[in-house]
Design a protein around this ligand. Structure first.
Ligand code: GLY
Length: 315
């Protein structure tokens, strides 16, 4: 067994550990942990602590993948709903579809008993409105939100700061490898924007035969590279976990445009190894790790990607 999650996972990590120890199916264990993260207002990138879109509405994204069946459920830009990783899990269990977005996702949530909740906390509403007041003219503020929003998408966002996620990767007692994600997405995003967190293959992927991967921060980058699927596919082709992660980050590093610095790649393999790597300096990025020989979860330091790495097939 193994559990890896990013540093934002602290409110729910131990819950997932406890469920894995009790031989709970890994998807149930990690969805239960993520639901705790979504409820924690101090986590400023997910659920109640997250940031709204440009017009002040929360639109949350989440994804769940069962690596044994390769079934996936995901929801994107869902208004008025928590917990969204649990909603993604219900999409997987109840529908012949993989992904629901926007009002359709909210309709499904109502049908199966998820309450209506605007999710927006007072502090996020205050920060959002103060930011708009700095950016807009008095005429624009009076007309808001019936003004062109596209020009604002390049000025009111802070690309390096508020665009995070929580990701959980587990191998359970039945050796099933699973992944789950949740986020409120890019702060002040254009309404309807999806990041990578609900996109299987980009923000998350799991295959119990080989391993799983999930990414945090700027989904616009990992969607361009299919990062999570690339890592698992590289392992299928015989590469080590380390080499698979390095190759996927090589692809990201090749991109000449966009905001790369914040992207963090998390991955595990079927032999119980794990890798968390980023472009940041050593010590800047941390993650949670647990395996049965540890008496309690550990907060560890991610590896800094080295563009000169020598990992290759079979290493
Ligand atoms: N990785 C989270 C996002 O891009 O929304």
């Amino acid at each position: 067994m193994i559990l890896v999650a990013n540093s934002e996972a602290w409110p729910g990590f131990e819950k997932s550990v406890g469920l894995l120890k009790a031989n709970t199916h890994g998807v149930d264990a990690i969805v239960a942990g993520i639901s705790e993260v979504e409820r924690e207002i101090k986590v400023r990138s997910v659920g109640y602590g997250g940031w709204p879109n440009m017009i002040g509405r929360m639109e949350c994204d989440a994804g769940v993948m069962d690596g044994t069946t390769r079934e996936v459920g995901s929801v994107g830009a869902v208004p008025d709903t928590l917990p969204v990783a649990a909603l993604a899990h219900e999409v997987m269990k109840r529908l012949p579809h993989v992904m629901l977005t926007g009002e359709g996702a909210r309709r499904f949530a109502s049908e199966i008993g998820f309450p209506l909740d605007d999710v927006l906390c007072d502090d996020s509403r205050r920060v959002w409105w103060e930011r708009l007041q700095k950016e807009l003219t008095p005429e624009e503020l009076r007309a808001f939100p019936d003004i062109p929003l596209a020009p604002l998408s390049r000025t009111i966002t802070d690309p390096e700061r508020v665009r995070d996620t929580t990701v959980f990767l587990s191998q359970d007692s039945a050796r099933g490898i699973h992944a789950a994600t949740s986020t409120s997405g890019w702060a002040w995003k254009y309404p309807g924007r999806l990041g990578d967190s609900p996109i299987p293959g980009a923000g998350f992927y799991a295959d119990s035969r080989y391993g799983a991967a999930a990414c945090t921060h700027t989904g616009e980058m990992t969607m361009r590279c299919g990062t999570a699927r690339s890592i698992v596919l590289a392992m299928r082709f015989g590469h080590s976990l380390r080499a698979a992660v390095d190759m996927a980050i090589d692809d990201l590093a090749e991109l000449g445009t966009g905001f790369l610095a914040g992207v963090v790649v998390h991955a595990i393999d079927a032999a119980g190894n794990h890798e968390v790597a980023s472009f940041r300096c050593p010590g800047e990025i941390k993650y949670w790790f647990w395996e049965p020989k540890l008496s309690k979860p550990e907060l560890r330091v991610a590896r800094q990607y080295d563009p000169q790495h020598t990992t290759q097939r079979g290493n």
